[in-house]
Design a protein around this ligand. Structure first.
Ligand code: FAD
Length: 289
């Protein structure tokens, strides 16, 4: 089923993001994670796409196939374009088609000093256009409640987001954030700009301080004072930080659900315990929908 159809049928749509195991690690090791994730009955699981060459892509595809065939959950395959030619994207699309993988998250990707960008794609909107011209795929895109780090301001950011949706993105998944009011204000600005597709908020439960510092540096999400206090207080106590991080993420999710968001997208970091505890914490809330 396409992700567009899922959003039409049921809200909130529950989804997880996972990444393929590192090169050299067996794909089977991900089974423990998938076993627990599948018990939460997500509507889809998205699989990230490395920018490091064809073996990385194969792992994304292999994992997506596994999710579909062995766990009967619809996968969304992330696809970046900055470092690929149209011919390379075509070859990738053929593999997706041959395996019945119809849902794609079209991304630009970040520039990588080790891999030169190619000339065919400069922005995600160009990949979305290309995928929609090819046909047969349900295409989504990424969005940024606190602006993409390279955007000069929110007007430019939302103007380009609108271009991406006009090019054919049928749903949007947000970057992680820790302050729900930012997400609500972002969605309001998107609606004013005429962006009508579902926008699902991305939440990452934080269970260790180095993880969050790395993520915040990479994606530019800000840490509210309330959250920073928790990190400072419990950073040296692993168990306490785990409990506090889970409680914070759950309170964010419950507030989002109370505000009728269209979905919840959990950045699982391949940690099944975290995803399982979040699902346990909202199981009675989700039953109401
Ligand atoms: P774009 O939509 O192209 O935007 C990038 C920047 O360019 C923005 O500042 C935008 O405002 C600007 N822009 C867009 N169009 C124009 C234009 N015409 N003129 C001028 N400026 C323009 N990365 C990976 O490598 N693999 C993954 O699997 C992956 N998954 C992700 C999943 C989610 C949900 C998110 C939020 C991000 C993910 N990323 C992933 C990271 C993403 O690749 C980076 O954030 C990247 O820097 C931007 O990608 P994009 O698709 O949002 O780019």
């Amino acid at each position: 089923m396409t992700i567009r159809e899922k959003f039409e049928q049921k809200k909130p749509v529950l989804s997880f993001e996972i990444f393929p195991p590192k090169r050299g690690a067996a794909l089977q090791n991900i089974d423990e994670t998938l076993e627990i994730l599948s018990k939460c009955k997500p509507d889809f699981i998205s699989v990230t796409f490395g920018a490091g060459g064809s073996s990385d892509h194969n792992r994304t595809i292999e994992l997506a196939k596994k999710i579909k065939r062995e766990y009967h959950i619809d996968p969304v395959v992330h696809l970046t374009c900055l470092t690929y030619s149209k011919a390379e994207i075509d070859a990738f699309l053929k593999v997706l088609r041959d395996n019945g993988l119809e849902n794609v998250l079209a991304l630009r990707g970040d520039s990588n000093p080790e891999i030169a960008p190619k000339e065919d794609f400069h922005y995600a909107s160009e990949l979305t256009t290309y995928l929609r011209e090819k046909g047969g795929f349900c295409v989504g895109g990424a969005c940024y409640p606190e602006c993409h780090p390279q955007s000069p301001d929110r007007v430019a950011d939302i103007t380009h987001l609108r271009e991406k949706v006009d090019a054919g993105d049928e749903f949007l998944i947000s970057q992680l954030f820790f302050e729900n009011e930012m997400f609500y204000s972002f969605v309001e600005s998107c609606r004013i700009a005429g962006i009508r597709v579902p926008i699902t908020p991305g939440i990452m439960p934080v269970i260790n301080k180095s993880q969050i510092e790395r993520m915040v540096t990479l994606c530019g999400a800000s840490l509210p004072v309330r959250f920073r206090r928790i990190l400072n207080k419990f950073e040296d106590n692993k168990e306490a930080l785990f409990d506090a991080g889970m409680a914070y993420a759950l309170s964010q999710i419950i507030d989002l659900l109370a505000n009728d968001v269209e979905g919840i997208h959990l950045y699982t970091m391949n940690n099944p315990v975290v995803a399982g505890k979040i699902c346990e914490g909202i199981k009675n809330i989700l039953k109401r929908y």
